[in-house]
Design a protein around this ligand. Sequence first.
Ligand code: ZN
Length: 471
Amino acid sequence: MEKIYFYNTLTRKKEEFIPIAEGKAGMYTCGPTVYNYAHIGNLRSYFFEDILKRVLLYNGYKVNHIMNITDVGHLISDEDEGEDKMEKGSAREGKSVWEIAEFFTEAFKKDISLLNIIPPTVYCRATDFIQEQIEMVKCLEAKGFTYKITDGIYYDTSKFPDYGKMALLDIEGLKEGQRVEINEEKRNKTDFALWKFSPKDEQRQMEWDTPWGRGFPGWHLECSAMSIKYLGNHFDIHCGGIDHVPIHHTNEIAQAEACTGEKFVNYWLHGEFLIEENGKMSKSKEEFLRLQKLIDKGYSPLEYRYFLLMTHYRKKIKFSYGNLDAARNGYRNLIGRIKEIKADSYAGRIPTGDTEEFETRFRKSVNDDLNVTEGLAICWEVLKDNELSSADKILLINNFDKVLGLGFASIKPEGPAEKIPEEITKLAEQRIQAKAEKKFSEADRLRDEITGRGYKITDDKNGKYTITKNP
Ligand SMILES: [Zn+2]
């Protein structure tokens, strides 16, 4: 297997990826809080994680990808204060929190699918794993990491020596009051809620009984509990947006490692923000940009994907319609070029192996901390190359598309070959591939199938071929 390098937030270094089990990668990605639609900045995180997964698959890894759906416990502030996001969504829409969760989960899955993001192996909802979360609090309690105050059970971060290590948090600085403190009962500013009690005079829509009292889990708890449930105490990769580093992921590590006594995750990867011209994209604004809005304005989801491909995941992207238009032009040019080449490729020659240099360069780029921007540039080089045959170009870019995810395989040719039905040209392409792989009996079988469907393939001695309809 070729080497893959990731920038690991834990060490602030690019490191070679060494999986725990050979040929396999366990990966947990923090999913959406389903109280509203995702904005296009949120979607950038899922896109980056899709590239990460595709690169692993491209290199032959078997990927077990778990994504949570937060349908309980996430308050407006990541620091256990403010309104409950789900209850807020429920009040806004006049529906129950359960209905809200269902509706926005489906909306999220639709956005993911439109952007050609491969769905996770498992989506897990926080409310389906309440028992596992309660067990984790019990585990932390037994080991002396918890304390009880008026509004809940809290994690005492001073008991966990490495707290804030990944985020390089200045704990001393925080003690002097850099973080605004709301809850005065907390022992340390960085302490966080494991279990929040329901208000005494109010019945919440989502609440559960526990030995400590009726209430609901703190937001960070679900990710530690569910990732361990599916991937084990110690697994390969965990990722999310860069905003997860100082609080959410820091707290996940504290919970998991204090409870299991083992290292939680080997590689932490974080995607940068998409920012609007006037600052960070946020849902707290009344109007926020979602994918459907771009579609309503005439942009296709894959044009947005192409736009995202143009910037490395660890760099900020400034969103503007001008920038999106530039990406759209690039995308349309690319598709146009592919259509022409596909139309031409039926008269192409058998691949001769001079594709290897491009393949190697592409793999090196994407394996270097997911440099798909360079990968896209190589894709363009292939299309413009004067030496390669059209058939070679199609083979190469279809292969690159396993990582880029722009749907090249479904692009229809435009030109004279258009009259030949797609299934026939597909068979002819498969036959070329089979010949290239020296599977000659398979190539013969494909030829027979094409003949059986009323078309004829003629090879010439230069390795070119043409398809004609039998009269
Ligand atoms: Zn999470």
